[in-house]
Design a protein around this ligand. Sequence first.
Ligand code: WTA
Length: 643
Amino acid sequence: MRENRRFAPPAALAGAANVTGDAYAAASADRIAFWEEQARRLDWERPWTTALDWRPPFARWFSGGRLNVAVNAVDRHVAAGHGDQVALHWEGEPGDTRTITYARLQDEVCKAANALSELGVRAGDRVMIYLPMIPEAVFSMLACARLGAPHSVVFGGFSAEALRNRVEDARARLLITADGGFRRGRPNDLKTAADEAVAGTGVEKVLVVRRTGAEVPFTAGRDVWWQDVVDRQSTTHVPEYFDAEQPLFILYTSGTTAKPKGILHTSGGYLTQAAYTHHAVFDLKPDTDVYWCAADVGWVTGHSYIVYGPLANRATQVMYEGTPDTPHRGRFWEIVQKYGVSILYTAPTTIRTFMKWGDDVPAGFDLSSLRLLGSVGEPINPEAWIWYREHIGGGRVPVVDTWWQTETGAIMISPLPGVTACKPGSAQAALPGIAADVVDDSGTPVPPGGGGYLVLTEPWPGMLRGIWGDPGRYADTYWSRFADQGYYFAGDGAKKDEDGDVWLLGRVDDVMNVSGHRISTTEVESALVSAPQVAEAAVVGATDPTTGQGIVAFVILRGGAADKGAVLAAELREHVAREIGPIAKPRQILVVPELPKTRSGKIMRRLLRDVAENRSLGDVTTLQDSSVMDLISARLPSASGED
Ligand code: WTA
């Protein structure tokens, strides 16, 4: 829990770092000029006229400038003579591989863009992408970017129902999916869920990649195989240039209500920050590094740190389809050894899983190519941080803990590997050009040693431009909490230590963080009450040693529904998986006679969390009926189930 050691940057890294300590001074001297300088790392067809147009809470960055995001990620590298450089070392779970150079990537993106045009996609149309971790996911995203058609990638682990909600909210015209992908040694069907999701929606065409070769349902007239339509296209596609504020993607994330929010990102500012932070935080040397971000493209980490940031920086990277334990628990380390990975970016939950599997697993591989390790998704406990550094980084490799969100688009708070003496467990300081603080309830910055809420005090280029179709919710969710100060409210608790470094403490709202995935308590509650057996449900996130938080559900059954113990729990867990996806399955389901409520009827989750974490109960005096907690505690081992 406590770790007071500091780890200074290795001299070799510091001596050749992409970004030095001067960047902080340059950015604080003139923040806007600093970001303009970073924007010049990109190719613009026409320069911007205004760097920042800020009408709180709506920002426009690099107005008047025109660029094509895909050209920046691919074509310009080919034009500069790097066509033969490997962009993607793709590794399928069964062990099949594909090597995709920048020249090949350009061909594939052009073909996909031509195919999408043929299928009727125009600039501004929304395209849903529901794919496994295969290169076509990257081709599809870049083809959309090339056409100015915002994509909305939905993680392949989400259910048909979750996909349908997103398809409808985005009013998408086209869906790109696959017959499936390989996970845990088996083909995992996506097409059946995709069919269920698009039935009766505005989706006109479904483009299907053949990946597993499994028999899947196919609707003539609507469905087309990627291999039939894309492969025959020309590899030439003349790009159009778009305004810096052209929507690039919508990515759905959980908020505090049952309805996920479509976070909208645009082009010029987003790409500027994704590329700059990737350059600064991962210190990428495009000619020598092999970079691997082990996230899924369905999450923002995959958008910013597999697709847009690294490709804009001409990275050579690894992309892996499957799970870390297939066919054996050393799969990640085998991949690091095989490709000579030098920079690895993954999540604390994965690191803790590796810790559980034992030190001897990574010890069996040559990991000497690694020179930098990153972490994202949730607070990393000092023990996991040290393990990562020792057992993966050989005790010599810096670990950068990066804080950011779907909404921020790119990394906001992180050490700089060539500058910062790293503190295990702390994301430390806002990056150059970023302004963050920890404030109390009234919006006043807390002194060193104090705790409160994390806020962002100045607009930043990669910031979300809104919630798709719901400007009111955008203003309300992020900008109303500290409206007087004009601060962005991140929803995270944080403390500032004596050095002024930031330590993230987890969400302060009803959003859980399970294995680095954001899931709202209300989303799971509404899935549970849609089950015929359930009358009422309350869900809390309880501390979990591996996944960060685990979902614990308290349910009241409908009259007539029998408490069949483990059978009922299994049924309800399956129900939630169908409604949202397996990631939202409760770890534990407790059948209770009542829920603790305040006199105004609000469920007191704090007390339920005490129960779920086996703590003695906190203050119960505001309960409408304080005997309820005795009833709940008495029912504790009632119906629980674990995978
Ligand atoms: C949490 C993922 C502590 C946080 C990029 C945030 C973190 C939410 C960290 C965003 C970190 C992410 N330390 N907490 N380094 N990184 N979080 O939108 O609660 O999936 O608000 O973006 O994850 O999750 P999201």
